[in-house]
Design a protein around this ligand. Structure first.
Ligand SMILES: Cc1cc2nc3c(=O)[nH]c(=O)nc-3n(C[C@H](O)[C@H](O)[C@H](O)COP(=O)(O)OP(=O)(O)OC[C@H]3O[C@@H](n4cnc5c(N)ncnc54)[C@H](O)[C@@H]3O)c2cc1C
Length: 475
């Protein structure tokens, strides 16, 4: 599993509870279920490959290809972990216990843990990822309503010009391009629009990606309203028949935000993200503001003890802050919901690395032979990897400041989806193939990060080099 600990060093009777059974929870579980008694908990009864879910808005059978029930998934993995459907309601760190609510009966149930990992991710507004949807059946019926509304509408506005909004536009454009002429030979295309707060679409992405997406939309007649706030007045003027909301996300941490235990509710920022130190343990200090939050529990208590005995420092703000700091040693948090000191873009690639670190740290903390407890910390930075499809015919991949464009990117995104779904349905070959694809990606990252490739056409930095090139020519 990439760590330094061997199976024999680990105590098998330790119970690891992972709450949230999507990309983060599953990646972590795979690394731990041969070593620990692992229980996966999710409020939903199914897994959805969310990265390509936007296609399901326009392609009827797509949802079936990107979902699998957890019961089927666990059976396919020879029940190496227990799965329980339930909603995490509260955490009691003092007695290593959580309170779950049964999704069907509404009854409550306590579960004990040795390690708890929170991977409860985020929710979006309709139609991609509703917090309230808990069964695949419900997901399908809600989607059917949305598909129907899209089919009926002559004009559709996407609110939010981030990656989800842009991907939805890509799918709608593709569907538009498939419309056949009517009896009079007229092609009745839908009017499409996108509205966003930023100056450009994809505000958090490199300029080359923004330009590519914007050009795609312009070429396909999409109305683009940037620097614009969407409200009723907007639609009274622009008159779109159907509106799809893709404005950001909220974090699924009601169980922390409403916790009666102050130390826990303090571990969440105003947006609902959970603070973690560099070992991915939950803490009440914002890692973006206080570097001390990255001290391990032992280092922290040593520092606290020293400071408590240093009278002249006693009243300093630093001491007060430090004394207030809490680190929950056996509660970890990874994935979209975790606020790390790196403040990385929330995508699947960095969360896999976080899952590796978290798994290694749980093993280290369990390892009775390792008294030094050297925990693994976050790297200095994460590579930014993101694939955006613009329907099945176009797309682009962003690797740090590189943007690789074309149909191939959309195909690759779909092939990742197929591999992951095969793997989650129990296909061992797909698992091996994913490992190969990850190696290829690492190689691509290495190539992109090499300085000698920074001037090739897909590098975003190339633009910045041009004036120098001109100067050199003149000299
Ligand atoms: C439309 C779309 C396209 C995307 N495309 C890409 C892409 O191309 N590449 C990429 O890298 N990333 C992409 N992302 C981002 C990526 O999907 C997320 O980074 C990833 O899903 C985060 O995984 P996670 O496990 O942290 O959280 P989530 O996927 O949000 O999963 C959280 C899980 O926790 C469960 N849960 C929540 N609350 C509770 C509770 N109280 N009790 C029990 N269970 C709970 C939920 O049911 C869910 O299963 C995309 C996201 C969207 C929405």
């Amino acid at each position: 599993m990439g760590g330094t600990c061997s199976k024999t060093q680990v105590a098998y009777d330790k119970k690891v509870i992972i709450v949230g059974c999507s990309f983060a929870g599953l990646t972590l579980a795979e690394q731990l279920w041969d070593y620990f008694d692992v229980t996966l908990i999710d409020k939903n009864d199914y897994f959805e490959y969310i990265c390509t879910t936007t296609r399901s808005l326009v392609k009827d059978e797509h949802l079936d290809s990107i979902t699998v029930s957890y019961v089927t998934m666990m059976r396919a993995h020879s029940k190496r972990a227990e799965f329980q459907q339930g909603t995490l309601m509260e955490i009691y760190p003092e007695r290593n216990q959580i309170l779950l609510q049964n999704v069907q009966t509404g009854e409550f149930d306590y579960r004990n843990y040795d390690f708890l990992v929170i991977c409860t991710g985020s929710s979006y507004q309709q139609p991609t990822k509703f917090l309230e949807v808990q069964s695949l059946e419900e997901r399908k019926s809600r989607l059917a309503l949305e598909q129907e509304a899209i089919k009926r509408a002559n004009s559709i506005l996407v609110v939010g010009a981030g990656p989800v909004g842009v991907e939805i536009i890509g799918e709608l454009v593709h569907a538009n391009n498939q419309i056949q002429p009517d009896l009079n030979g007229i092609i009745q295309k839908k009017r499409l629009g996108i509205v966003g707060h930023g100056e450009k679409v994809l505000p958090n992405f490199v300029p080359k990606a923004q330009e590519y997406a914007q050009q795609f939309m312009t070429k396909n007649g999409v109305e683009i309203y940037m620097n614009t706030h969407f409200d009723e007045n907007f639609n009274q003027t622009h008159k779109f028949e159907h509106v799809i909301y893709c404005q950001g996300s909220s974090y699924n941490t009601q169980f922390m935000q409403n916790s009666p235990m102050r130390q826990l509710s303090e571990c969440v920022n105003s947006k609902g993200r959970i603070f973690v130190n560099d070992y991915l343990q939950v803490t009440n200090i914002n890692p973006l503001q206080r570097p001390e939050s990255n001290l391990s529990l032992i280092a922290l208590s040593q520092k606290k003890t020293t400071m408590q005995h240093t009278e002249d420092l006693d009243k300093s703000q630093e001491v007060q802050e430090l004394l207030r700091q809490v680190v929950f040693e056996n509660i970890f948090c990874i994935g979209d919901v975790a606020q790390t000191s790196l403040n990385e873009e929330k995508t699947v690639y960095p969360l896999k690395q976080c899952a590796n670190i978290c798994a290694q740290n749980i093993i280290t903390l369990t390892d009775c032979n390792d008294s030094k407890k050297q925990l693994k910390a976050l790297p200095p930075r994460f590579d930014g990897v993101y694939q955006i499809s613009l329907g099945p015919e176009d797309g682009f991949m962003i690797i740090n400041n590189f943007v690789i464009t074309g149909k191939r990117q959309s195909i690759t995104k779909e092939s990742y989806q197929n591999l992951y779904m095969q793997k989650y349905r129990g296909d061992e070959k797909a698992k091996k193939q994913i490992d190969i694809e990850m190696k290829k990606l690492e190689y691509l990252l290495w190539v992109c990060n090499s300085s000698c490739f920074q001037c090739c056409p897909c590098a975003n930095t190339r633009e910045g080099r041009r004036p120098n090139d001109e100067k050199q020519k003149m000299n």
